[in-house]
Design a binder for this molecule. Structure first.
Ligand SMILES: [Zn+2]
Ligand SMILES: [Zn+2]
Length: 196
């Protein structure tokens, strides 16, 4: 199927970049990702969604809440259509993630000395933000390491008394593990110091 024009690059909930290629018969947008695969509006590919649907049918309850994703798609409408899209058109991470988020118009906040940009909210409801170094932080500017320390020291607040960190209750910074996601790309080549 030929595509008249692709949408702008956006960051989908799975952490994959996408450009809208069309609308399926349920009137939901479908996207092409950075590896040329077709994704649902949540950034999930057809085989993944099919596997979830099969599992849910096997359990005979259609329970979508166990998916490690915000995706609740119940069919593959539009995901199996073959589009003829040149690789040059695929959405790509072309610069460090922090910068890319800026070009995507992501919200920005500042904690202590470092700015951070919003990437996405995980299926667990945790906001993932990114610092200029590529470091993932919660919406209060805390890294995974700091969050773990906070968790271990809930009965020992004195350790953090002098610090300016926000003693938030964000429990985890679990990144969606998806092939071709911006987090996977950032880890492998664009921000080698990133410790997710
Ligand atoms: Zn979906
Ligand atoms: Zn937090």
């Amino acid at each position: 199927m030929s595509v008249p024009s692709l949408g702008p690059t956006v960051l989908l909930a799975s952490g994959r970049l996408g450009r809208k290629v069309g609308i399926n018969r349920s009137d939901r947008p479908v996207f092409i990702d950075s590896e040329g695969h077709i994704c649902c509006e949540h950034g999930e590919r057809a085989p993944t969604i099919q596997a979830w649907i099969n599992l849910e049918r096997a359990k005979d309850e259609g329970d979508v809440t166990n998916r490690p994703s915000v995706c609740d798609c119940q069919n593959l409408d539009g995901l199996l259509t073959r589009y003829d899209i040149d690789e040059a058109q695929w959405p790509k991470l072309t610069c460090p993630l922090f910068k890319q988020l800026g070009s995507l118009g992501a919200a920005e906040a500042k904690f202590n000395t470092r700015p951070q940009r919003f990437a996405l909210t995980t299926h667990e409801g945790v906001e993932l933000w990114v610092q200029p170094s590529g470091m993932l932080v919660c919406k209060h500017g805390n890294s995974k390491k700091t969050l773990n320390k906070l968790l271990q020291n809930t009965n020992d607040k004195a350790k953090f008394r002098s610090s300016r960190i926000v003693k938030c209750g964000c429990s985890s910074l679990a990144v969606p593990r998806r092939v071709g996601s911006v987090f996977a790309a950032a880890k492998s080549k664009l921000a080698p110091r990133l410790k997710a």
